[in-house]
Design a protein around this ligand. Structure first.
Ligand SMILES: [Zn+2]
Ligand SMILES: [Zn+2]
Length: 412
């Protein structure tokens, strides 16, 4: 399907199906009802994204293999690379936290980049294999879990905190990480997924796509709106995902994940996340304690950043999700646009809470100077990381279109 004709889209924010006219490059179509972006069209999106993914992969390799920071205290020098933090966490028996850090800082970004290069590279050939659909779906799912820019901020907070304790020098990996975060962001805004799916369709990767019309189902994987032929087990003809009217058991799953996160929020704030012992004195500090220490050290911007990322964002996410779920269950029809906007904010900010975890992991690896000064990550960090992951899963399982379904009681 060329970009020369209108195509039926379903808004991910409110579920309204609408025809999107042919878009000129660098223009964006928004939903007429809720304002959510439907599609942003790019020029040469496949070639540009392929080049950016290659560049990002090279930067990721440099980030992962060179020195991130070098610290020195009374003649003893410690070097830390990307993997040093998780190694130290695993050595202290916090393997789950180590795994979470490795997954979000290394595994997810590299899998996303290799997958993107694989799919876009094969799309340049005359007959791409069918399995690139699965790979591209995986790439799209990994995107929120690939956290180069959050890691960058975590490293920055660690750097500022360390300046007060030891002599610290930034390594080449920190510069590479800065470039990587920028390139990943550029890649995400450059990649027009709809264009990639249409290219697959042109090259015959999926099944025949029938003409869509209102009343058809929208695919959660690729966004195609189609009338499935198999009504018993409907599947998307373009990407092969199972089709559902709305995300399955969305309300119950979101409630379960949000309640689990709310319960874990208590130990995450009660138990220490960090213990700094300097010249034999020092005490474990909680997340709130860490913010107060930053305020006392007059590091206002950092204190605000950690307060937002570690205390305000998780609370806002939990309260927001809870309020939205209650509104759906009571059939509230007010503030629909505002609630949709609130959900897109919740979805966007969730990953930034990992700043604290990345910072603690780096500090634990770098500052081990015996009786002089040591920093040990605490058990509260494990609970906090679980809160972040659970709220991200909760946002993923929430279906904002359910809020708007109150306007169409005859259907569903
Ligand atoms: Zn909409
Ligand atoms: Zn699909």
């Amino acid at each position: 399907m060329a970009d020369g004709e209108s195509s039926l889209h379903e808004c991910q924010g409110c579920g309204l199906q609408q025809f999107v006219p042919p878009l000129a490059p660098h223009t964006r179509a928004r939903c007429v009802r809720c304002g959510t972006g439907l599609r942003t069209r790019r020029r040469n999106t496949i070639e540009h994204s392929l080049a950016l993914a290659f560049a990002a992969l090279v930067l990721l390799i440099i980030t992962a293999t060179t020195t991130l920071m070098r610290v020195e205290a009374s003649g003893i020098v410690h070097l830390a690379d990307l993997i040093a933090g998780p190694q130290e966490l695993a050595r202290r028996g916090m393997s789950s936290l180590a795994l979470a850090v490795v997954f979000t800082s290394l595994i997810a970004p590299s899998a996303k980049l290799v997958g993107t290069i694989y799919v876009l590279g094969l799309l340049q050939t005359a007959r791409p294999p069918r399995h690139i659909r699965r790979v591209f779906l995986l790439v799209r799912r990994l995107t929120p879990w690939s956290m180069a820019e959050v890691l960058l901020l975590g490293a920055f907070v660690a750097y500022v905190k360390l300046q007060a304790l030891v002599t610290i020098t930034a390594g080449p990996a920190l510069i590479a990480l800065l470039a990587l975060a920028f390139t990943m962001f550029w890649l995400d805004s450059e990649l027009d997924a709809e264009d990639v799916w249409r290219e697959m369709e042109r090259k015959g990767v999926g099944d025949f796509v029938p003409d869509a019309r209102p009343g058809a189902l929208a695919c959660h994987g690729c966004g195609l709106v189609s009338l499935p032929r198999d009504t018993e087990h409907p599947r998307c003809p373009r990407c092969g995902s199972a089709l559902h009217w709305r995300k399955r058991n969305s309300i119950a799953r979101t409630w379960a994940l949000a309640i689990a996160a709310a319960v874990l929020y208590i130990p995450a704030n009660y138990y220490p996340v960090l213990t700094v012992i300097q010249l034999g004195s020092g005490a474990p500090s909680t997340i709130l304690g860490g913010v107060i220490e930053l305020i006392e050290a007059r590091q206002w911007p950092l204190a605000a950043l950690v307060f937002l990322a570690s205390l305000a964002i998780p609370l806002l996410k939990l309260a927001g999700l809870g309020a939205m779920l209650i509104c759906i269950q009571f059939g509230v029809a007010g503030w629909l646009r505002e609630r949709t906007l609130l959900f897109s904010i919740i979805e966007f900010i969730g990953r930034w809470s990992m700043i604290d975890i990345f910072m603690e992991s780096l500090l634990g690896a770098l500052v081990q100077f015996g009786t002089l000064v040591t920093i040990d990550p605490g058990i509260g960090a494990v609970a906090f990381c679980a809160v972040v992951f659970l709220t991200m899963f909760a946002a993923e399982s929430f279906d904002p279109r359910l809020m708007w379904d109150v306007l169409r009681p005859a259907q569903a």
